[in-house]
Design a protein around this ligand. Structure first.
Ligand code: CA
Length: 227
């Protein structure tokens, strides 16, 4: 990964992030409003986007939606204090990750490295189909079905479900999920895991009235195969 698009209307912050990323060897493009951000995405074809939520012209959510129609490029959403993650992610814009401002630049860099690590290794298990009760996951086709009915998942939801099913009937801690699915060492907010588990439950457990993902209070989660 080498090209990063930063869409941020706080000029000082945008400039700071730009300089830090350039220092790390990334090629960086900056847009200071949402509309320019979308244009630059198509023009520059970045490998990752850092996207502020509150932007002039087009909001971060709208930018994210427009880009998602065309690409599954990783998107890290920036939110200001007070804009809670639930609110942001609940809009289901398709962002892969989020960070609350102000953040430490080291944390941002760690996440960027995690994204580029995940991109490189070719999946060895490309023909694998995972199952959990009546649910099947085709890793090669990136498709999920419940009793044959297709379920639309975002990239992150898919990876989370895959990890849970690969470790089915084993209790997994939030930290393990973060390290394996998000790919960075836990620094801040493990409740991002809870939010994504809730998404999966809405799309699968609630919709089909099954209980696939179980919570062990204070410990973590597990996907249960047996009754
Ligand atoms: Ca802003």
């Amino acid at each position: 990964m080498d090209k990063i698009l930063v869409v941020e209307d706080e000029i000082k912050l945008a400039r700071f992030v730009e300089l830090e990323l350039k220092h790390e060897g990334y090629e960086v493009f900056v847009a200071n409003d949402g509309r320019t951000g979308v244009e630059m995405f198509f023009e520059k074809e970045p490998d990752l986007i850092i996207l502020d939520l509150m932007l002039p012209q087009l909001s971060g959510i709208e930018v994210c939606r427009r880009i998602r129609k065309e690409s599954d490029v990783p998107i890290i959403m920036l939110t200001a204090k007070g804009e809670t993650m639930d609110k942001v992610m609940g809009l289901d814009s398709g962002a892969d990750d989020y960070m609350t401002k102000p953040f430490a630049i080291e944390e941002l860099l760690a996440r960027l490295r995690a994204f580029s690590r995940r991109k490189t290794p070719a999946k060895t298990s490309s023909s694998t189909v995972l199952t959990l009760k009546d649910l099947t996951m085709d890793l090669a086709k990136r498709s999920v079905k419940y009793k044959g009915e297709e379920i639309e998942l975002t990239k992150r939801e898919f990876e989370l479900l895959q990890y849970l099913i690969e470790n089915k009937n084993i209790v997994i801690s939030r930290e393990q999920i973060l390290n394996n699915v998000w790919g960075y060492d836990y620094i801040g907010e493990t409740n991002v895991v809870d939010v994504y588990v809730r998404y999966l439950r809405t799309k699968i457990d609630d919709k089909y009235s099954v209980k696939l993902i179980h919570t062990i209070r204070g410990v973590g989660y597990f996907a249960k195969d047996e009754e």
